[in-house]
Design a protein around this ligand. Structure first.
Ligand SMILES: NC(=O)CC[C@H](N)C(=O)O
Length: 304
């Protein structure tokens, strides 16, 4: 399989040229556009990577899956879904359009920025406690104690995150979030700046493929019902306004981030981590999407 994976990676390398590095978070524009890696973390414990699987990148929107799990544990679905919806938007991940035009004003889903900011605000505790909870869960799931934020990316996003700021202030005005907006955003910016490799995100995928239990110890870290909710959102909204096409062409739960990572999984089988920092016009890794499509076709991975 390793040989085949290398082939898939090389066959899709040219799709890097169709992507560009994001510039709205200036530090992300410094990434290596040509880095390309894949990592597989099987539920039986087997793992391997090809290409630049050790290339470090920031997790960005992939973190939204983890914060959703924590907020579900803290609040339960009934309370959480009073503040965040369950529907795809058809708009870009950082769009604020529907926030005002659709009533009642609540973000459409937890995978877009507005929804994720609301979800992070629902995690219990002061900002330090919130971030510590996020970091602890990340470290446990990835079995990586050194996992931490990339300070440059964090500061870069904090400095330039006015669109997120605008949405957060609006959401406080309409009662979706409460408390100090800047403090909430700070937690959100930090969760997005966590630096990972393909191995880390593949292990997150495997954790979800295993219904929220660690494969090493069997410890059930999150309620399987919440793991199911997270996976369902990954299918319907995980690739933003490309989720429909991705479901047809690839057909597995996946979550992308503007750091170039895509965390994907095959339920009951494996987690897959892919990185390729050049992004398509929807903000998904241009080569990463093609690699996953190729993988899914080759190994018949679609869940549909
Ligand atoms: N799509 C993404 O990865 C977006 C996350 C990014 N931190 C932002 O808020 O814009």
């Amino acid at each position: 399989m390793e040989q085949k994976l290398k082939e898939i990676l090389e066959n899709n390398r040219h799709h890097v040229d169709q992507g560009t590095l994001p510039t709205y978070i200036p530090q992300l524009a410094k990434a290596n556009k040509n880095a390309l890696g894949i990592y597989i973390a099987d539920i039986s414990g087997e793992e391997f990577g090809v290409g630049d699987f050790q290339y470090p990148f920031t997790i960005q929107s992939i973190s939204k899956v983890i914060t959703l799990l924590i907020a579900l544990e803290d609040r339960g679905p009934e309370e959480l879904f009073q503040f965040v919806g369950m529907e795809p938007t058809g708009d870009s991940f950082n769009s604020m359009m529907k926030l005002e035009v659709v009533r009642p004003s609540k973000p459409f889903n937890p995978m877009i920025n507005a929804g994720a900011i609301a979800v992070t605000s629902l995690i219990k505790g002061n900002p330090e406690e919130k971030f510590q909870k996020i970091l602890d869960l990340f470290r446990k799931i990835t079995n990586n104690d050194t996992l931490d934020i990339n300070l440059d990316v964090y500061l870069s996003e904090k400095k330039t995150g006015d669109r997120n700021r605008a949405m957060a202030y609006f959401m406080r005005d309409v009662g979706v979030i409460d408390g100090e907006v800047e403090e909430n955003l700070d937690v959100y910016f930090r969760q997005c700046s966590l630096e990972v490799t393909c191995r880390d995100i593949a292990r997150i995928g495997r954790f979800l493929a295993n219904d929220g239990a660690l494969i090493e110890t069997g410890e059930q870290l999150v309620d399987p019902r919440y793991a199911k909710i997270a996976k369902t959102f990954m299918v319907t909204c995980g690739m933003y306004n490309a989720s429909g096409a991705f479901a047809i062409e690839v057909g597995i739960p996946a979550k992308s981030g503007v750091g170039g990572g895509i965390m994907a999984l095959v339920p009951g089988k494996m987690g897959i981590g892919v990185v390729g920092p050049a992004l398509d016009e929807k903000g998904n890794s241009s080569a990463g999407v093609k690699i996953l499509a190729d993988l899914a076709k080759t190994y018949n991975l679609s869940i549909f």
